[in-house]
Design a protein. Structure first.
Lengths: 599, 351
């Protein structure tokens, strides 16, 4: 008997194959959200093309009662709604699994597999009979297959209906047609097939007050709460939704009710060269400011990131990484901007990086990024990625401490300047090698020239070797001092651990699951998830404690491994790599395989 | 840029402005440009203008890019903050700075390399954004700091010091700016302070992006026979279209006396600019006729100077964006953070 046929509750994976631009996304997220509302741990991964209409797009839903949220590769059910990809989709159903397709058109007999169950539902035909508007016919087909899934997986119909009520509040006609379509698929499935399937859903209470949110929205919320007033950006996938979310949050929470005046200014720049320039102009003038971008934008920003580093201006850059090099695959995920960001710009430069692993951390790390940038007067890059940024994740509810106040670092006031000694910009460093700065418009006593050209500790232009070097050496010490302000790595130790596993960011769910699998198989390992750069003593210690560590990451060139060998005392040969860089989110199977192959 | 300290000797009889400051208070460190550089004359014009306008030095922000011209903010208003940015990137820095604090007086200094080659895109978009700032292009048709390459404003036929003629069409910042909707466009000549100071004054009172193209000959690399940006060539070919006379609002009535025949333009802040010696059909507020006038004169190799175009109803970036009256950087954090209960409530959307 196939494993699939064994009754499994709240533990399966579904893949939906669609044509993009046909409205399938709303049907897919309806299903995903309904499962979430049933209190069941669920993950959705959108595997979409860099295109607006007509190309293949997939959506994967993994349901797992134990809360494993990485991408699952064994599809128990594939909903094949795209003729272009039938051949591939049919192939991917696990033996014993199910395929649901639109039987308005016949399935190529060559594609039929004996080891799976194939459900044909005449979705297009039914929708054509029930809806007159050509647009509605296309859109409702999606809702109809969602209806079939409700029957097949035992999704709570009440939950779905409530969601439709919320979604179409005040749009009665739309609600009605959605309900009709939903029932079309539902009734057909109930009538013609044995529902529910052997793998199905059952209400749980595992989600508590958790939320279902994408990392880009959460990052935008972080920027709002951190007190950003100026933002600058150039549209780029997959970072665009950061600023889209920030724009709507500002419209909701930053407009003066009486005057209609806006307590923010968002500049859509002509390119990323300008976007980062705007951020630096704004922070020079004392505002909190950020830009959001992806790898190609970071490439362009390199010039002024170096300026910010050398002139010591705060800046927050949210890098939602995608597949490179060059244009690469804009709608696929990777972690391959790491080294570029760590040392962005010509000359000796090094930057503070943060590695959020999920949307909840995108929120909190965004706030942290502003504090670090202000405190250390330097650009800080938050390294998110497409998987974290654009997919919906079930994460703990975001919390806020009302006593939070921005840490603005050493900024001299008029009183400080009037009463203190003569001000020099790069002089009088504190224990973290940070020197006080002044803002324009405060006092002539604070005036100085912000420059990217060689300068001495007084802020004056210099070509004198020792004076130049003095400032450069302090900058290196300042960066190192930031290590103790970076969130400490997440470390999970296991009894009898034979080696360590190190990762960052969106690899976290796959690694955690892989470590459980390995432990179950008798190969326990310790875990360290890095949350930022520069690396602290804790990182050094973990490396020192283990004879061998596997560095799991999403880049061809093992960039995290390189950064660790460059920036810690670890001998190169201690670190082995598990790499997955073809563009889809990481699965636990890939990690397990990668480790076992090298043991 | 090297900054050589200036000997400080204040003459007791030096005139004071409304703030009680002398013109020395608007100077910066000693110029390190070549002796006779046109840029130094522009610097002198800026110093005079800001002193006469009684702008508080700490409320001035000086920005620049890279190049000889971009060095000059060091040479004026030492009490102001300066931002010597990267090559061609000053418009972006200015955009962010102005966004953060709308209360400062912004002056950007750039050159033809900085603004018409590497920074052409940024200049265009700063014009479109209509940032409230004065933007001076010290235009000498040559790359000075890298020793004499042609720039994008070199005229066809103009010869380099080595005798090689430029065959590529120049970018004229004035007509370029007009074509993309600039709200204030002027051209002057560094050797003509009488004209430059009133233009600068008018520019500072403009509610938007005030572009001033100043032909400023390079004495070292572009002041030879065959150059069309030399002192001699400019003096021979410059044609004053308009003579600008800036009249601050509080003295409007007095100054308007005896200006029959002049065209008066009331600026956004209420001050009045008088255009003198204006050709009969010249209307500085009509973009189409200004463009035609400039084209006709260019055809006869005449460099038209003066305040060439102004839109008295100009709306700057902050008005377009409805930004708060209080500079954004001065808003207290308590007004910016929606707080814990809002965060909790808004997350219902993510359930």
């Amino acid at each position: 008997m196939h494993d699939v046929l064994r009754t499994r509750v709240n533990d399966f994976a579904v893949k939906l194959a669609n044509v993009n631009g046909t409205g399938s996304a709303s049907a897919n997220s309806l299903i995903m959200q309904a499962i979430f509302r049933m209190g069941i741990p669920v993950t959705g991964k959108n595997l979409f093309p860099s295109n607006i209409q007509g190309l293949p797009t997939w959506y994967e839903i993994r349901v797992n009662k134990d809360g494993y949220g990485a991408r699952a590769l064994d599809y128990d059910l594939i909903v094949a709604m795209n003729g272009q990809t039938y051949a591939q989709d049919v192939k991917e159903v696990r033996p014993g699994g199910y395929l649901l397709y639109d039987s308005s058109w016949p399935l190529d007999p060559d594609l039929i597999r004996e080891d799976i169950t194939i459900w044909g539902i005449p979705l297009a035909q039914m929708c054509n009979e029930h809806f007159d508007d050509p647009r509605a016919r296309i859109l409702m087909k999606n809702i109809a297959y969602a209806g079939a899934m409700v029957a097949a997986l035992d999704i709570d119909m009440d939950v779905i209906e409530t969601m439709l009520d919320e979604k179409f509040a005040g749009k009665k006609a739309l609600r009605e047609s959605n309900l009709i379509a939903l029932k079309l698929g539902y009734d057909y499935a109930k009538e013609h097939f044995e529902c529910p399937l052997p793998f199905r859903l059952e209400k749980m209470d595992a989600n508590g007050d958790k939320i279902l949110i994408d990392g880009n929205t959460a990052a935008a919320l972080g920027c709002l709460y951190a007190g950003v007033t100026v933002a600058a950006w150039y549209p780029i996938t997959p970072a665009t939704s950061v600023m889209d979310a920030f724009v709507s949050l500002c419209a909701d929470y930053r407009v003066d009710k009486e005057t209609g005046n806006r307590n923010y200014l968002i500049l859509q720049a002509e390119d990323e060269l300008a976007a980062i320039g705007m951020v630096l102009g704004a922070t020079w003038n004392g505002a909190r400011s950020f830009t959001s971008t992806a790898g190609p934008g970071i490439s362009l920003m390199n010039e002024l990131i170096g300026f910010g580093y050398y002139a010591e201006l705060p800046a927050v850059i949210i890098d939602v990484q995608r597949v490179g090099p060059s244009t690469g695959m804009p709608t696929r995920t990777q972690q391959s901007d790491l080294l570029l960001c760590a040392y962005a710009s010509h000359g000796d430069t090094r930057h503070i990086l943060l590695f959020p692993a999920n949307p909840n951390e995108c929120f909190h790390f965004a706030v942290k990024a502003f504090d670090l940038a202000d405190q250390f007067q330097t650009p800080v890059i938050m390294m998110s990625d497409l998987d974290i940024g654009m997919n919906d994740w079930v994460v703990p509810r975001l919390t806020w401490d009302n006593s939070y106040r921005p840490q603005r670092g050493r900024v001299l006031t008029k009183e400080d300047l009037d009463n203190g000694p003569k001000f020099y910009r790069y002089h009088d460093e504190d224990e973290n090698f940070v020197t006080p700065r002044t803002l324009p418009g405060v006092s002539t006593k604070g005036s100085y020239f912000t420059r990217g050209s060689g300068h001495n500790k007084f802020g004056g232009y210099t070509e004198t070797p020792d004076d130049y070097q003095q400032v450069m050496d302090r900058l290196k010490q300042k960066h190192a001092a930031a290590a103790k302000f970076i969130p400490e790595p997440e470390i999970v130790r296991r009894e009898g651990a034979k080696f360590g596993v190190i990762t960052m960011g969106g690899c976290n769910p796959a690694c955690q699951e892989a470590l459980d699998i390995l432990d179950h198989q008798g190969t326990p390992a310790d875990y360290m998830r890095l949350k930022g750069f520069p690396f602290s003593e804790v990182v050094e210690q973990f490396l020192a404690e283990h004879e061998c560590c596997f560095v799991v990451e999403q880049s061809r060139d093992a960039q995290l491994r390189s950064l660790l060998t460059l920036e810690t005392a670890v001998p190169k040969e201690k670190l082995k790599s598990v790499l997955a860089y073809s563009g889809f989110p990481l699965s636990a199977q890939r990690v397990v395989k990668g480790i076992l192959e090298q043991l | 840029m090297p900054s050589i300290a200036k000997p400080i000797a204040k003459h007791p009889t030096l005139q004071k402005n409304a703030l009680g400051l002398t013109i020395r208070d608007y100077e910066g460190s000693m110029s390190t440009l070549c002796a006779g550089c046109g840029h130094d004359s522009v610097t002198a014009g800026i110093i005079r203008t800001l002193w006469e306008l009684s702008t508080p030095p700490h409320m001035i922000a000086k920005l620049s890019g890279i190049g000889c011209s971009s060095k000059t903010p060091t040479y004026f208003v030492g009490g102001a903050h300066g931002f010597n940015s990267a090559h061609g990137r000053m418009p972006a820095i200015a955009s962010g700075a102005i966004a953060a604090n709308r209360d400062l007086t912004y002056i950007g200094i750039s050159g033809d390399g900085d603004s018409l080659s590497i920074g052409l895109g940024q200049l265009c978009h700063a014009i479109r954004r209509n940032l409230k700032m004065v933007y001076v292009i010290e235009n000498n048709g040559v790359y000075g700091l890298t020793k004499g390459q042609f720039s994008a404003s070199s005229d066809v036929g103009s010869k380099s010091k080595r005798g090689e003629a430029n065959l590529m069409a120049p970018i004229d910042p004035v007509s370029m700016a007009l074509s993309i909707g600039a709200t204030f466009v002027a051209r002057s000549f560094s050797g003509d302070k009488e004209q430059l100071v009133p233009i600068l004054k008018a520019a500072f009172s403009h509610n938007g992006f005030a572009l001033i193209d100043v032909i400023s000959p390079c004495v070292t690399f572009n002041d030879h026979k065959g150059s069309t940006k030399s002192y001699l060539y400019t003096r021979q070919h410059a044609m004053r279209a308009t003579q600008t006379d800036f009249v601050p609002q509080q003295r409007e009535i007095l100054a308007s006396i005896g200006r029959n025949g002049a065209t008066a333009v009331t600026m956004h802040d209420g001050s009045v600019i008088q255009f003198k010696q204006v050709p009969k059909d010249y209307d500085p507020t009509n973009r189409a006729s200004v463009t035609r006038f400039l084209d006709e004169h260019r055809a006869t190799n005449q460099i038209v100077t003066g305040l060439l175009y102004v839109d008295p109803n100009s709306i700057d970036l902050h008005e377009m964006k409805k930004t708060s009256e209080t500079p954004l950087r001065d808003l207290p954090y308590e007004e910016l953070c929606p707080g814990a209960s809002v965060l909790d409530k808004l997350q219902e959307e993510y359930r």
